[in-house]
Design a protein around this ligand. Structure first.
Ligand code: TMP
Ligand code: ASP
Length: 241
């Protein structure tokens, strides 16, 4: 498959058209932003790590009948994906209080929630991705109730699968953000990425943060954290093979 015109450039990825209908090529950058682009920087090797980690995790999810956009890894940074219409929602799943939830509800970071929580944010940079609920989403025709029921079913299933994987490599999955897209045939599939940019990973024993919070909060050892999670996943991958 050949890369053609640049279709879209986001904060962490570029998306290219291809010579084949229905397929796009995603190219992961080392650029990092936080607080809706206010904080800017770069994390060495992040593009390659996020590309490979996301692909590996999506392949695992596919084994549990979760349809994803993943098609083929082309090289360190580039992957062929199915073209889909992104549903403009950040679907956040939380197992442990952290980040904006801790701030909003006054819960100490690190307190386990008695059940996983789903939140939605409307993807709109100008508005700063405001939080919305099921009613806003239906009233604004972003998704139907049937699509939301499916999204929530898939989000919990993805949470179960990812928790199992990360538990095996001594990482606590605190929370994560996923995005879904719609294929031309109406199927809702998992799109975007699953990486330390979009998840909170804490070491199970020391509870050291091993994700983008190190960049957001200037905690140092940012590259090392991405390498650490990726290294543990690689070992797990070898054990599976
Ligand atoms: P939050 O606690 O800041 O709302 O973040 C919840 C989860 O979503 C966390 O795992 C980080 C991820 N996230 C993104 O992937 N993109 C974003 O723009 C934000 C704000 C959070
Ligand atoms: N991706 C978001 C941004 O650039 C922020 C984040 O991940 O915290 O602003």
């Amino acid at each position: 498959m050949k890369k053609s015109d640049l279709l879209y450039e986001g904060k962490a990825k570029k998306v290219f058209k291809t010579n084949e209908e229905g397929y796009l090529i995603v190219s992961y950058k080392d650029d990092a932003t936080a607080f809706n682009g206010v904080k800017k920087g770069s994390i060495r090797n992040k593009g390659a790590i996020n590309n490979k980690m996301s692909n590996f995790l999506m392949k695992i999810l596919a084994k549990s009948d979760i349809e994803t956009h993943y098609v083929e890894e082309l090289n360190d940074r580039e992957t062929v994906v199915k073209e889909c219409e992104i549903i403009p929602l950040e679907v956040i799943v939380r197992n442990v209080a952290a980040g904006s939830l801790s701030k909003r509800l006054g819960l100490a970071e690190g307190v386990r929630l008695s059940m996983p929580v789903i939140e939605y944010c409307y993807k709109d940079d100008e508005l700063g991705d405001p939080m919305v609920n099921r009613y806003h989403i239906q009233a604004m025709n972003i998704a139907t109730i049937e699509e939301l029921e499916l999204i929530e079913y898939l989000a919990f299933k993805i949470n179960d699968n990812l928790q199992q994987v990360f538990n095996r490599i001594d990482i606590e999955l605190i929370d994560f953000k996923i995005e879904f897209g719609k294929l031309k045939n109406g199927n809702v599939i998992l799109a975007d990425e699953i990486s330390p940019d979009t998840c909170r990973f804490w070491d199970k024993h020391t509870r050291m943060k091993l994700d983008k919070d190190r960049f957001r909060r200037d905690l140092g050892q940012v590259e090392e954290a991405y390498e650490e999670v990726y290294g543990r996943l690689l070992k797990y991958q070898e054990e599976l093979a």
